[in-house]
Design a protein around this ligand. Structure first.
Ligand code: C2O
Length: 549
């Protein structure tokens, strides 16, 4: 059992050529926030005290939270926000997962600066399954992020008010620092000291709000051994792709001439004509050459921002190490469209979107609206315990299929039908059901790779492809032998992905695009998993300090 105290509070930092210090929300004054390190099987108790000026919640991204839905954290989904001056204690066990996860604020855009690593090592005496059983000589945590020269909360508030797209970030970052390719940033550049001949484990986390990232280390091959806290078969590559929400663990052997090498990351921006942060963040891997080395570090070659071929080659090369619990049966077959659309503007609204519209996004044409008076889990729990119907909070009528089958070959028909309908709708799953979900990307406004994240579960990715998912033809391509297991899948631009999981965790579980701009626009829904013992009755009662709205 491990206890941590997270104090959410302001800190002042300066980045880029900011003439004045910027106040940002942090945990314990640190940016990025503190790293939580556990062994598989550990219980975690984290008391979050909000001493800041915004409502906040903390989400333990990727943690299964088996029967501990109250500790999952998404605001208005499993709890009301922790208001300034109050606190909430998250209690959960990290079991059956090893590798790299992370934690982040799940309120508005606070996660831009309120985030940190959650490292899960095997329990004592259990070796890593890679590196021939050797423990890597060193482990290095690398958190990729985004920086705005203004308060990220103001960035999203402005966008919500106008209906326009939010400002893109001013810099990408490695462990909170843009790196020396940006103005005024040389001094803070993140530097990692390495030792010739050693093999190290690098744990990458993409904590950026809106940017998928290609990452490469000059002169060195990376061998992927895990993703989203599930082990993979070793896969050697010069470049990895990490979408917001995802993590990737790689082994690197430092076998090059002693020198300094850049680690560099920049956007994979799959949407045509949509503005993105096209800058490059760097950190330096230094073999101990020290200050005497004044020459510029070697720079890796990164794919072009629109290199979908490289992105696809990477994601489709990952193979799971084990797929022991992949269900062969399917009890619930779901088909969800995911994409960005547009709301028509009503009078009195500011319509900063294209052609006098407001941006909207949806799953099966439902644009998700968060409740505001209680959380979905609280409303459902109260109902199951004999209280009032939750109808004023949510309805359990999320559609299993879109209103029309999206069709890339008939774009005008599809576009005409894509005016999202706002709603707080959940899909009920029977406890224990084997769920297969086809995620079909759309191109109503602009096609884009969507990193879709499911709370409370890991899932197997059976296949992905381009164009329309075709059940007859594409089912034959499912990988039933060694599919990768993840919590966040990049649904290919102009394409689809198929995932499968067993609904064995009762609770209310948000699923959403991890590009924050898209969740802001409603690209989200929630599953309600009942446990067969009478609607969540075996889920423990809400903790006594659960925030109320
Ligand atoms: Cu990492 Cu709902 O998010």
């Amino acid at each position: 059992e491990q206890y941590h105290e997270f104090v959410v509070k302001e800190a002042t930092v300066t980045r880029l050529c900011g003439t004045q210090q910027q106040r940002i929300m942090t945990v314990n004054g640190q940016f990025p926030g503190p790293t939580v390190e556990v062994a598989e099987g550990d219980a975690l108790i984290v008391r979050v005290r909000n001493r800041g000026s915004y409502n906040v919640t903390v989400h333990w991204h990727g943690v299964r939270q088996m029967r501990t839905a109250w500790a999952d954290g998404p605001e208005f989904v499993t709890q009301c926000p922790i208001r300034p001056g109050t606190s909430y204690t998250y209690r959960f066990t990290v079991a059956g997962q090893e590798g790299t996860l992370w934690w982040h604020a799940h309120s508005s855009w606070l996660r831009a600066t309120v985030h940190g690593a959650l490292i899960i090592r095997p329990r004592a005496g259990v070796p890593y399954p890679f590196n021939a059983g050797d423990t890597p000589a060193r482990e290095i945590t690398i958190i990729l992020g985004e920086w705005w020269n203004m308060n990220p909360i103001d960035v999203v508030r402005t966008a919500t008010r106008t209906g326009a797209a939010p400002n893109i970030s001013d810099a990408l970052t490695v462990n909170g620092q843009p790196g020396d390719l940006y103005k005024c940033s040389s001094n803070g550049t993140t530097t990692f000291s390495v030792t010739s001949g050693e093999t190290n484990l690098l744990r990458f986390i993409n904590a950026a709000l809106n940017t998928e990232l290609f990452v490469s280390l000059a002169g060195h091959t990376m061998t992927v051994v895990g993703a989203d806290a599930s082990y993979t078969k070793p896969y050697a590559t010069p470049v990895i792709l990490v979408a917001p929400g995802q993590t990737t663990d790689v082994l690197v052997t430092f076998d090059q001439p002693p020198s300094r090498y850049y680690l560099a990351a920049r956007a994979y921006a799959s949407a045509q004509g949509v503005p993105f942060d096209n800058t490059t963040t760097t950190a330096i891997f230094d073999y101990g050459t020290g200050a005497s080395n004044s020459s510029s570090p070697a720079m890796p070659t990164l794919p072009a921002y629109n290199d979908t071929a490289t992105a696809t080659a990477f994601t489709t090369s990952l193979r799971g190490l084990r797929a022991a619990d992949l269900p062969a049966r399917v009890d619930e077959s779901l088909f969800f469209t995911v994409g960005v659309g547009l709301f028509n503007c009503s009078s009195g609204q500011t319509c900063g979107g294209p052609n006098n519209t407001r941006f909207a996004a949806s799953i099966n044409n439902v644009s998700f609206v968060l409740p505001s008076t209680t959380s979905i889990l609280q409303a459902h729990y109260a109902y199951a315990a004999g209280g009032a119907t939750p109808a004023g909070v949510f309805t359990a009528d999320f559609p299993a299929n879109p209103p029309v089958r999206f069709d890339y070959t008939a774009p005008n028909v599809s576009r005409a039908l894509w005016q999202p309908v706002p709603g707080t709708r959940v899909y009920s799953l029977k406890y224990g059901a084997a769920v297969q979900l086809v995620l079909q990307g759309t191109n109503v406004f602009a096609a884009e790779n969507h990193p879709i994240h499911l709370h409370g579960y890991d899932f197997y990715i059976l296949a992905e492809g381009f164009g329309n998912f075709d059940a007859a033809a594409d089912t034959a391509s499912f990988n039933m032998d060694d599919p990768p297991m993840r919590n966040t899948v990049g649904v290919p631009v102009n394409g689809w992905a198929v995932i499968r999981f067993v609904a064995d965790n009762p609770g209310v579980w948000l699923m959403h695009c991890h590009l924050d701009v898209h969740i802001t626009w409603g690209l989200a829904m929630a599953f309600l998993v009942e446990d067969g013992v009478g609607e969540l009755q075996s889920l423990e009662a809400p903790p006594s300090d659960l925030p109320i709205c």
